[in-house]
Write a protein that binds this ligand. Sequence first.
Ligand code: PLP
Length: 404
Amino acid sequence: MIDVERIRRDFPILGREVYGKPLVYLDNAATTQKPQCVIDAISEAYCNVNANVHRGIHFLSQQATDMMEAARDKVRQFIGAGSTGEIIFTRGTTESMNLLASSFAQAFLKEGDEVIISGMEHHSNIVPWQIQAGRYGFKLKVIPVTDLGELDMDAFSAMLSDKTKLVSITHVSNVLGTVNPVSEIISLAHSRGIPVAVDGAQSVPHIKVDVKELGADFYAFSGHKIYGPTGIGVLYGRKELLEKMPPYQGGGEMIKRVTFEKTTYNELPYKFEAGTPDYVGSIALATALDYVQAIGLDTIAQYENELCDYAISKLTQIPGMRIIGNSEHRSAVVSFLVGNIHPSDMGTLLDRLGIAVRTGHHCAEPLMDRMGIPGTVRASFSFYNTKAEIDTLSAGIERVKRMF
Ligand code: PLP
């Protein structure tokens, strides 16, 4: 059971007003708010242990290094990875996917090869592959999305071939809320020896993820979407693959030995972490993961599913309401359109009522094209949201409707 009122007190921002109205924050898929313990962890790190990591022999540098490495181990444990060498700190999911696309393509992809993505990907799991496809000449194949907002699994099976060198897929759609059958996708791909990368930006904050149990070869997520700070994220990669992949960026930290003739690279994960890392970010991310674990991901998933079901039952009572994405398997996101009201008009007017939702294409333009819509209004939930807030959203939509 979630004690929402107690949890809300941990998040200072939830107590504020906008336009003289209590804030109803329903934009959690874009970024989550931060509990006081995360804010304190950032402040504490700068007040008491700030020093550059890994390169210093002095006390503070060692302490900061120990804290950063403990944070790496926390991430490892949180997602069920085998070793800390498989946990690469990045700026977020976007950088994780760019690193992956760049290094994987350089190591493994050539003309005639194929990489499979899906029709519901965020741009950060499309564009990095397009950039590399332009360099190495491989082809992108796209799993179609059904009218319900699910992946067409028959089409996916038929797409797999000897040319397929990687499948890169989102775990949860940031627009439709669909939870994709990632285990099944991985089994199908692995039965042909094809590795699978998973964009976990919208799954890790909401459902228990165990990368070993799933069998994922790569898994990416962002700290700021799981109550941690901005500017920190993770790419998990299976050691055997990461070892064969070249560095993404060059500079300090990622080397073993540099001469003008030849440079050798550091061991995992440092080979992929050039330059001063965001060690404060990683320390605060670990605090966020501790916070989430203390509540419990099963408890979180159950409560957020309840909120989602409640939202759908409330919103579908509004005449003219059209929910975009109707999979049975969903998580924490509801996208919708109402009559002919443009999503940005709806979002702007809801904002005046203190309700923060996101509108537009949600960095998934090909999915908007598939659905034949310019964009949606998206309400996305966290364990600190309440049914009363969903009532406020529903009343707000009714009010906006009356204005049109
Ligand atoms: N992938 C998905 C499914 C997302 O929802 C997002 C962000 O909304 C991203 C990737 C990109 O995450 P970030 O902007 O934190 O790098």
